[in-house]
Design a protein around this ligand. Structure first.
Ligand code: GDP
Ligand code: MG
Length: 315
């Protein structure tokens, strides 16, 4: 990933430009941050004091559930309110071609000429610290750039996706009618992250049944914080239910979440940084191979070795 696009020579002037609304500077900074380029750390440190203002909304669900369509409608609704919007698309199933997911680009092109909406599609491979780290950093820059709402679209409910949406202040999980037994299978995963449950494609048959299943699920399974996720029906393609969804999202306030999210993120940042240090100072690629061979033959103690590397890295 490294080496794509021009590098940033003067992070401080870039930050000034971003703060004054320069979207080209913003785009360049995001690339630098995404790729973990040379100026990334300084950019992030410089942007951090301006962050903490945006409302960050995560939208997740299976491929084809209608996330992009819904994000598109949510963005339009927010624009009507006069809010500035940043959109981050994290979608490993969509082909990534030159900075935008093709389908999303087409679906969202209604906003193409509106500077109040800034869309960023992320690649999902090749990040040093993982997609979650890159997405969180991109969201932070959009936040500090003055975007009032940041919408994050991510596929699925696997661990990676959970990590990605964890950066959000509120998370909507999209379900579609006709998934039947899948609700049972998804139960644990859904409840872990859903602040609002969305039945999209509710123009299709089976919306009533899905809602009944979800209500039954919510009656037996409770979140540790006692929050019962509201259920909202939408037809993203027509914009139906979008205002209701926005209202439901706005009822979600979780006072402890910022702290628990930062705790997870700090640990992740530390892990990444310590690993980097260990690789720089204590452990070359060749050495790892050699040591692994010795350990496999019981000629070397792996526990002692790890201690030594950590000591060297932290000196
Ligand atoms: N019938 C119906 N189709 C929808 C609805 N929302 C999205 N779609 C369609 O479902 C397909 C996938 O939508 P998309 O937004 O790309 O889903 P994503 O993969 O979750 O981002 C597209 O063909 C949409 O037009 C809906 O509410 N009703
Ligand atoms: Mg999509």
């Amino acid at each position: 990933m490294k080496g794509t696009g021009p590098t940033i020579r003067d992070p401080r002037s870039t930050i000034r430009k971003i703060r004054s609304g320069d979207v080209r500077a913003l785009a360049r900074a995001l690339t630098e941050v995404e790729n973990g380029g040379a100026a990334a750390a300084e950019l992030l440190r410089g942007m951090f004091p301006f962050s903490g203002q945006a409302w960050r909304v995560g939208i997740t669900g299976a491929p084809g559930a209608g996330k992009s369509s819904l994000v598109d409608r949510l963005a339009a609704e927010l624009r009507r309110e006069g809010k500035t919007v940043g959109i981050i698309g994290v979608d490993p199933t969509s082909p990534y071609s030159g900075g935008a997911i093709l389908g999303d680009r087409i679906r969202m092109q209604s906003h193409a000429s509106d500077p109040g909406i800034f869309i960023r599609s992320m690649a999902t491979r090749g990040f040093l610290g993982g997609v979650a780290r890159a997405t969180a950093d991109v969201a932070l820059v959009l936040d500090a750039a003055g975007r009032e709402v940041v919408l994050v679209e991510t596929v699925g409910v696997g661990q990676d996706e959970v990590d990605v949406v964890k950066l959000a202040d509120v998370v909507a999980v999209l379900l579609v009618p006709g998934m039947g037994d899948d609700v049972q299978a998804l139960k644990a995963g859904i409840l872990e992250i859903a602040d609002v449950l969305v039945i999209n494609k509710s123009d299709r048959e089976g919306a009533d049944r899905l809602e009944q299943e979800l209500r039954a699920m919510l009656e037996i399974a409770h979140r540790p914080d006692g929050w019962a996720p509201p259920i909202v029906r939408t037809v993203a393609t027509e914009g139906a239910g979008v205002a209701e969804l926005l209202a439901a999202l706005r009822t979600c306030r979780f006072p402890g979440r910022a702290v628990s999210n930062w705790k997870a993120r700090l640990l992740e940042m530390l892990r990444e940084r310590l690993m980097e240090r260990a690789l720089q100072t204590g452990l070359s690629n060749g050495e790892l191979e050699a040591v692994a061979a010795e350990v496999a033959e019981r000629k070397r103690d792996p526990y002692r070795f790890v201690e030594e590397v950590v000591e060297r890295a932290c000196r």
